[in-house]
Design a protein around this ligand. Structure first.
Ligand SMILES: Nc1ncnc2c1ncn2[C@@H]1O[C@H](COP(=O)(O)OP(=O)(O)OP(=O)(O)O)[C@@H](O)[C@H]1O
Length: 230
């Protein structure tokens, strides 16, 4: 196992009142690209949210690269970037450039270094004509590209992406998927309903009614998932 990328769940359950969103999940993961699949309400987002402390385990233990996401929240935020399916929930600054730069605050970088990193993101992710645009004036897809840029600019070691291409057109979906899956050096946890994307990962987890039904080679896991959801 690669301890630098180790994600471990030991008998983890998450309850929301009477409802159990995750039920006694135990798994060790050290792959670079990890897909999370399953039907609506099966617990995928809850699993993803445990990785960055947005949800906490009702029982059991979660460790991300050796860090306890709740008790060591500050340390974790430096290490893990989260991309939501709804970008509105993560855009925090008025303009595109300011929002991307915001993620670099408190990192001890020079103004020049910040500006360079921000322009690189703006160019790479097709926001060149929107550098000084008000973030709220962007289209849904452009906001998604902005949210993605604001996370990637700080180069976290783990990216957790929950349906990151849901709002994107075909060309941007292809580009962002290729970036996340093939170009980016970081570890990726990708929650997706797009089974072709899941197939390109190194391992896949299939959640079913809060339980981890299968974890392993993506093609085998997906084939079984499809058989049970004809
Ligand atoms: N904050 C919450 N409060 C109450 N119930 C919740 C909360 N978050 C999730 N749940 C419930 O937990 C279960 C799992 O939800 P989760 O969002 O993890 O599913 P999902 O697999 O990501 O679904 P989808 O594919 O629809 O996004 C669902 O029954 C959901 O209603």
């Amino acid at each position: 196992m690669n301890s630098e990328r180790l994600i471990s769940f030991r008998q983890v359950s998450v309850d929301f009142g009477e409802r159990t969103a995750l039920d006694n999940v135990s798994v060790l993961l050290d792959q670079k690209r990890i897909a999370v699949i399953g039907s609506n309400g099966s617990g995928k987002s809850t699993f993803a949210r445990l990785l960055n402390g947005l949800a906490s385990a009702s029982r059991g233990e979660v460790r991300v690269h050796g860090i306890d996401p709740i008790r060591q929240a500050r340390l974790l935020r430096r290490r893990v970037g989260f991309i939501f399916s709804n970008p509105d929930s993560q855009i925090v600054m008025p303009t595109v450039a300011e929002d991307i730069a915001f993620s670099l605050r408190g990192r001890g970088l020079s103004r020049t270094e910040v500006d360079e990193r921000v322009s690189r993101m703006i160019q790479t992710h097709g926001l060149s004509h929107h550098e000084n645009s008000a973030a709220h004036s962007l289209s849904g897809g452009q906001k998604q590209l902005l949210a993605l840029s604001s996370v990637l600019v700080s180069e976290p070691q783990l990216i957790v992406a929950d349906e990151p291409t849901a709002l994107l057109d075909a060309a941007n979906t292809r580009r962002i998927s290729n970036h996340l899956l093939d170009e980016m050096p970081q570890q990726l946890v990708l929650v997706t309903h797009d089974l072709r994307l899941a197939e390109r990962c190194d391992t896949a987890l299939w959640f079913d009614q809060g339980r981890l039904r299968r974890c392993g080679e993506p093609r085998a896991v997906i084939a079984e998932y499809e058989r049970s959801h004809p």
